[in-house]
Design a protein around this ligand. Structure first.
Ligand code: GDP
Ligand code: IMO
Ligand code: MG
Length: 448
């Protein structure tokens, strides 16, 4: 049975949540395999907007199992708040949600380390600009092992002892990390009491999700993998060190979920029709000018998690070609196409100039990326409102030409185009195998 993967190919916020939600009904299980509450995935349907963070976007379909695997770092109060918010709005969250006992748990010390680290590094202009959700410190402890606590550990007899030992270590570390920034020492007893309460509430969802997914595959269940962040934020393959701390490109699916790569046979690469980035790090096609502001205004480009204004710029095909190949992408889904509708001309970056040389390969070192000057191709805009369009052939000639050009420069076919936030504002290419049955172009009976 196929495993379908939805992967962001830029720096996150490509509108992955919208596509996952749309594809959910064609699957049995939706899987989040990396990242944590740094993710903010938006689904708009039936006049309602849902902002999901740790819970897979599949949760809005009660007939589908939503699984959070061991590759995710879990902040208990965040997920409990998210569950409560969904339940209050009438969304079922019960045995349709499963959370891995292998997931590493975010504790108050991770949030504090993230905050102190950012405060210290911002003094010399080197801050990553994290979401301050404790993601990096939690993954660091996971890899370091000694101070790591997994969800399954919350139910073991030595849990309190473990918290006391880690809290003592962290309390001695904070003054060094803080470098003058005020901080509050950890109260281990309070943390133990709080986390016992969270553990009790989370218990019904906790399971061995690796075993569950491997069984599901043997039972021909259809799996849908929901990427978080974007491939350019991948810790190994992204714009290091301005990245997140997990493998957010397609390469992270197997390690995060335990599902062997041979089952991941359909990959949809999600891109915006332009580019955005939140936080620090180079962004060659950034438009820190009126164009960037226009994109921010039309695209409502403010972070879902932190509300920070997103940096905006033109579509970078050098980067997208790299991440499409890295993630084994089969087809592209181009999102927020409507945001470009008013522009008379649109630019696409098809190569860089670095130190006087034309470069088509995405640089592996951040210093080279900093030097990269985009080489643009200019194409005409369509200057027509496309938000009400629902069929491929209806799109203006110049919008179709833009999509065709993106296919050529990225090297993968564009088969989905999104023209507004609502689930209904999605257009499938007639050959797209992912089109929900209702969206398939009817085959007309021959008239005589
Ligand atoms: P994710 O993190 O990849 O799931 O993306 P986010 O939810 O953080 O950001 C995408 C934003 O774009 C959300 O506010 C969506 O509601 C919105 N959105 C999705 N598709 C479209 C589209 O085609 N047009 C417009 N204008 N907005 C869209
Ligand atoms: P979704 O899933 C956009 C960025 C942060 C920062 C860097 C490291 O909604 O696409 P972290 O808190 O992970 O240590 O921050 O990564 N970042 C995201 N940017 N969308 C996201 O998630 C992001 N998750 C992290 O802004 O630059
Ligand atoms: Mg987001």
């Amino acid at each position: 049975m196929p495993g379908t993967c939805v992967i962001g190919l830029q720096w996150g916020d490509e509108a992955k949540g919208k596509i996952v939600d749309l594809l959910t009904e064609q699957h049995d299980v939706v899987v989040r395999y990396a990242g944590g509450a740094n993710a903010g995935h938006t689904v708009v349907t039936g006049g309602q907007t849902y902002k999901l963070s740790l819970i897979p976007s599949g949760i809005l379909n009660a007939g589908v199992k939503s699984v959070i695997t061991g590759g995710v770092v879990l902040n208990p109060p965040s997920i409990l708040g998210e569950i409560d918010g969904l339940v209050q709005r009438g969304v079922q969250v019960s045995d349709n949600l499963m959370i891995s006992d292998r997931a590493h748990v975010i504790f108050p010390w991770h949030l504090e380390e993230d905050r102190l680290n950012e405060a210290r590094t911002s003094k010399n202009g080197e801050a990553i600009g994290t979401t301050q959700r404790g993601i990096g410190p939690c993954y660091r402890d996971k890899v370091g092992r000694t101070n790591a606590i997994r969800l399954g550990d919350l139910y073991r007899a030595n849990f309190a002892e473990k918290v006391k030992s880690v809290a003592a270590d962290k309390n001695s570390l904070f003054p060094l990390l803080a470098a003058g920034t005020p901080f509050t020492p950890l109260d281990a007893d309070q943390i133990i009491a709080d986390y016992r309460g969270y553990a009790a509430r989370l218990k019904p969802y906790v399971a061995d999700t690796t075993a569950y997914l491997l069984d599901a595959l043997e039972n021909d269940q259809r799996l849908l993998f929901e990427g978080a962040q974007g491939a350019l934020l991948d810790v190994d393959h992204g714009t290091f060190p301005y990245v997140t701390s997990s493998n957010s490109s397609g390469v992270g699916i197997s390690s995060g979920s335990g599902v062997p790569g041979k089952y991941l046979n359909r990959v949809i690469g999600i891109v915006k029709a332009y580019g955005t980035r939140v936080g620090g790090g180079p962004f060659p096609t950034e438009q820190a000018n009126d164009i960037g502001q226009h994109l921010r205004d039309r695209g409502n480009e403010y972070g879902t998690v932190t509300r920070r204004p997103r940096r905006c710029g033109w579509f970078d095909a050098v980067a997208a070609r790299y991440t499409a190949r890295l993630s084994g992408v089969d087809v592209l889904s181009v999102m927020l196409l409507d945001v470009l509708s008013e522009l008379p001309e649109i630019q696409i970056c098809t190569a860089y100039e670095i130190n006087g040389k034309r470069v088509e390969q995405f640089p592996s070192h951040v210093d080279d990326l900093r030097e990269a000057k985009p080489i643009y191709e200019t194409v005409p805009g369509w200057q027509t409102d496309i938000t009400g369009m629902r069929r491929w052939e209806e799109l203006p000639k110049n919008a179709l030409a833009y999509l065709r050009r993106l296919s050529e420069v990225v090297g993968r076919p564009v088969q989905i185009a999104s023209v507004g936030p609502d689930r209904a504002q999605t257009i499938f290419h007639p050959e797209c195998e992912f089109a929900p049955p209702a969206a398939r172009t009817p085959v007309l009976a021959p008239s005589n």
